[in-house]
Design a protein around this ligand. Structure first.
Ligand code: CU
Length: 433
């Protein structure tokens, strides 16, 4: 067992390639989440480059499967030993995890040198889906674009009855030269789902790209959103069986499969202005799972999070997204690609903060708001949508407004990424004191 931060012997590339092939084959068979609870030893996870073909050499985390899906129960500690087999430094950021202690602010910045290992532990306070990937500064966004991302599922005390879990990790190929990327579902360029007639699927989606908007659509199927960005929401029916996810976003929907035994149902993924993928849900020939209609959907158990916000003494601020010369852009008036010495703003702990994100550019942007799940506000009044988000999709030439309770003391990053642009987000931070 190597000690923390021990240097590691170089891995034989042929052996690694072979092992990677095996891991991909295993992942292809089924994305079987690994149990990691109360394990005496940390989960070993290697960040590495795969040599799949002369044109494709993505990066990947391997933790007994690629891409990894780790599991832990809410409130339980998950220990990971991250081995960096890349030729450059990397870091690990848990997107959607509300840290227990404020010292974890500005997460994902501690670099792990090439050839080194690092012991990392997290104890999730909320049940739901967390995406882990390199921190969004320096080489992190490029590593994520090239495939470095995995899913952590934090289990609810009780899983929803009568629903079978289907986890989909949405990414894209990292072609070496000019070729167009293709959408990857659980590491493969195809989506072949299976179900029985009348089955209820618990669809758990994660957009593991740093810079794409992707739409999932199962037309004519009944999908009900039950969680967004790792936070349960009031269940509501998804129009056209459709949901759009910004980079890093996670969504969970209950999918009541409709169709006769033996039928094939189309399922589509499409990036905004990019790749698309047509897949299918094959309904087994067996008799329907049930003849009675499914019971009404129960909401998932809410997280320990203030569900309502009092705006009477809210602190209000504007953050603009603006073009700058040379194709650059500014966020909050700054062009910072790494956290600056001073915060973009400070708020008092316990206050409600309302933020107007003014996108003055002609492109979509995604703003990641850390540590504080936010309500998306309606434009006409101070009402809000029935869900929490940690990522705001900001359409061109428009203002999106959010509000959150500044509950956690510490320093929290806010990043802004141009959709379909090379990953180099603007990085601000704010202080809750
Ligand atoms: Cu994040």
């Amino acid at each position: 067992m190597p000690s923390p931060s021990a240097r590691r012997a170089p891995v034989n590339p042929d052996r690694r390639r072979f092992a990677s092939g095996l891991a991909l084959a295993a992942a292809a068979a089924a994305l079987e989440p690994r149990r990691a609870f109360a394990q005496p030893q940390p989960v070993l996870m290697t960040a590495q480059r795969l040599e799949l073909s002369p044109d494709t050499s993505p990066l990947a985390y391997d933790a007994g499967g690629i891409p990894p899906v780790l599991r832990v129960r809410r409130g339980e500690r998950l220990a990971i030993r991250l081995a960096n087999d890349l030729a450059e430094a990397t870091s690990l950021h848990w997107h959607g995890l509300r840290p227990q202690d404020a010292a974890a602010g500005l997460p994902g910045l501690a670099p792990v040198a090439p050839g080194a290992t690092a012991d990392i532990a997290v104890t999730p306070r909320d049940a739901g889906i967390v995406l882990f990937h390199p921190g969004l500064v320096g080489t992190g966004p490029r590593q994520m674009r090239d495939g470095l991302a995995g899913i952590l599922i934090v289990d609810h005390a009780a899983a929803p009855a009568d629903a079978r879990e289907v986890v989909l990790h949405l990414a894209e190929t990292a072609p070496r030269s000019g070729a167009q990327p293709r959408i990857l579902v659980n590491g493969r360029p195809e989506m072949a789902l299976r179900a029985r007639a009348g089955e209820r699927l618990w669809l758990r989606l994660a957009n593991a790209t740093p810079h794409r908007l992707v739409q999932f659509a199962a037309p004519d199927q009944t999908l009900t959103l039950v969680a967004l960005d790792g936070q349960p929401c009031e269940p509501f029916r998804l129009d056209g069986g459709r949901i759009v996810l910004g980079p890093g976003q996670r969504a969970e929907a209950m999918w009541d499969v409709t169709g006769q035994p033996g039928a094939s149902v189309p399922v589509n993924l499409a990036q905004l202005g990019g790749a698309s993928l047509t897949g299918s849900l094959a309904i087994a020939d067996d008799a329907a799972v049930r003849t009675e209609p499914l019971p009404p959907l129960e909401p998932l158990a809410a997280s320990p999070l203030a569900q309502t916000l009092d705006f009477r003494r809210a602190q209000r601020l504007d953050l603009a997204i603006q073009g700058a010369p040379g194709g650059e852009f500014l966020f909050g008036g700054r062009a910072d690609a790494a956290p600056a010495a001073t915060p973009a703003f400070r708020v008092r702990r316990g206050s409600v903060v309302m933020v107007a994100l003014k996108n003055e550019t002609d492109r979509f942007h995604a703003v990641h708001w850390h540590g504080h799940p936010a309500r998306l506000l309606d434009n006409m009044d101070d009402g809000w949508k029935p869900f929490f988000i940690d990522t705001v999709i900001c359409p061109p030439r428009s203002t999106s407004r959010i509000a959150f309770l500044a509950e956690m003391a510490g320093r929290w990053p806010v990043t802004c990424q141009t959709i379909n642009a090379d990953p180099a987000p603007r990085v601000l931070w704010f202080e809750v004191s």
